[in-house]
Design a protein around this ligand. Structure first.
Ligand code: DQA
Length: 145
């Protein structure tokens, strides 16, 4: 099994960016955590970060036939992007949505996700562990189906 891991806008700044909200862990460290778990689960992961909505849409299209699952933190595009939602619906690749922060505990505009209705489920609020939990849940889902 191969999993595409997409990190959306501003997540390249993790570690430096609002550490009170997002913690001090860097994106490289998150990818390393995922890599270790992927090895344990005997799956392959391909991480990609982009600040550009269209680049994320392109990556989702390119996943067709290449990856069996999608783990995505769409960052702020979670709350704005019909295009990313439509891309996930179009490729029909099982998707798990993750967030470092608990988006329901924060500003009202973060409470709505365009990605949630096209995802198997969402993990929000556990920092870097949200990704780790999300990967395990996604792989369990794929191995069952
Ligand atoms: C985030 C939550 C979003 O609201 C925010 O725009 C982000 C990060 C998270 O992981 O907590 O960029 O997706």
């Amino acid at each position: 099994l191969s999993i595409l891991v997409l990190h959306g806008p501003n997540l390249n700044l993790l570690g430096k960016r609002e550490p009170g909200v997002y913690g001090t862990v860097t994106l490289d460290e998150i990818n390393q955590l995922l890599e270790r778990e992927a090895e344990a689960l005997q799956v392959k992961i391909s991480p990609l970060q982009s600040n550009h909505e269209g680049a994320l849409v392109d990556a989702i299209h390119a996943a067709m036939g290449q990856h069996q699952g999608l783990l995505i933190n769409a960052g702020a595009y979670t709350h704005t992007s019909v295009a990313i939602r439509d891309a996930i619906a179009a490729v029909a690749i099982p998707t798990v949505e993750v967030h470092l922060s608990n988006i329901y505990k924060r500003e009202e505009f973060r409470h709505h996700s365009y990605i949630a209705p096209v995802s198997i489920g969402q993990i929000s609020g556990f920092g870097a562990q949200s990704y780790w939990l999300g990967l395990i849940a996604l792989v369990n889902h794929l191995k069952k189906s």
